[in-house]
Design a protein around this ligand. Structure first.
Ligand code: NAD
Length: 317
């Protein structure tokens, strides 16, 4: 697995480790945004290194039967700050991973993103819609999936490219400049502070609990599922940021106040998946309801020293 010390990767390592069919998990990560403590207590063979290191990738691929490629430089704002760095890891890095797979042809599961749809006005994004990324991050994730499918066509590599939407849950870091919305909301609300909302808060997302996402990824890896087109990995739920704030208030048992800020460049208004293809390929997977997912996320924040160091500090004031 690439990027296995990150938020999704570390959750996936735990889910894979619980499966008897999985013999050995190897993680390649440069710890640029991941954290080794995310893998505490999980039996993995950890390799510190970059997906931009072609020689290292070739060595690692010799005895690998399945690759889950998650390593990336995530976040839209980070890509606006440095587009070339996002391209280098997300596009060129993916090409290195695929190139290393050519000789041994392992099954490859790739992480693309809903950001490839851009501001497309269709309420439910289905995989046949045109892609028009608004940000360098979206463009680089489009390259991730396009290279994956091109290698499937050109070199008969068994590939499954997923488009993740807004994933949340334990081990998603808060307290840094590029933190995602749910960890930011949880961390601020736990301190009794207003949660920042850019724009009017009516922008809607298809939030996916990480446990539901890893269930699909594990099933995909174990059954060696492939697809000639990208597959949305979200369940078609529409949750506005205002609704999210209220749901978090319900979970915490007290109201959460908003702090409205100017809208952000490149932010998409509506982002919901059409889940039909996902349902066809993975009929048994059942999404975790938002309140349950938020409850598990809040519990992790409350119990983990690494969740948000600032939170622990505040808790002691
Ligand atoms: P994350 O930042 O927690 O994980 C990414 C991991 O990749 C980190 O551990 C990081 O150290 C590692 N990494 C970065 N550059 C590397 C390199 N050059 N070599 C080796 N490792 C490197 O992010 P995440 O949220 O877990 O995202 C995982 C994947 O899912 C990414 O491909 C991301 O684009 C995609 N995705 C995530 C979301 C989401 O909501 N979290 C949504 C859409 C797509």
């Amino acid at each position: 697995m690439t990027g296995g010390a990150g938020f999704i990767g570390a959750n996936l390592c735990r889910a894979l480790a619980a499966r008897p069919e999985v013999e050995k998990i190897r993680v390649l990560d440069d710890l640029s945004s991941g954290d080794l403590t995310n893998l505490d207590g999980v039996e993995v063979d950890f390799v510190m290194g970059s997906i931009l290191d072609a020689e290292l990738l070739t060595d690692l691929m010799a005895d690998t039967t399945t690759v889950v490629h998650l390593a990336a430089r995530p976040s839209v704002p980070r890509s606006l700050a440095d587009p070339l760095a996002s391209h280098s890891v997300n596009a060129t890095g993916t090409l290195h991973v695929l190139e290393a797979c050519r000789a041994t042809r392992p099954h490859v599961v790739l992480a693309s993103s809903s950001s490839v749809y851009g501001n497309c006005q269709e309420p439910h994004k289905h995989e046949d819609l045109p892609t028009r990324p608004l940000s360098p991050y979206g463009a680089s994730k489009l390259a991730t999936e396009a290279y994956g499918l091109a290698y499937a066509e050109s070199f008969d590599l068994p590939v499954l490219p997923f488009r993740f939407f807004n994933v949340y849950g334990p081990m998603q870091a808060a307290g840094h400049a590029y933190a995602a919305v749910i960890p930011t909301f949880v961390s601020m609300a736990l301190r009794g502070r207003p949660v920042p909302i850019y724009g009017d808060g009516n922008q809607a997302r298809d939030f996916t609990y990480v446990g539901s996402l890893t269930e699909v990824l594990v099933d995909a890896a174990v059954r060696r599922v492939t697809s000639p087109t990208p597959v949305n990995l979200a369940f078609g739920t529409r949750i506005t940021l205002r609704h999210l704030k209220d749901a978090l208030g319900m979970v915490l048992g007290r109201p959460v106040e908003p702090a409205f800020l100017p809208p952000r460049i490149g932010e998409i208004q509506e982002s919901q998946a059409s889940p039909h293809l996902l349902r066809r390929l993975f009929p048994s997977v059942c999404p975790t309801p938002l309140e349950d997912g938020l409850r598990m996320t809040v519990a992790w924040f409350e119990n983990s020293a690494t969740a948000d160091p600032g939170l622990q500090l505040d808790a002691h004031i």
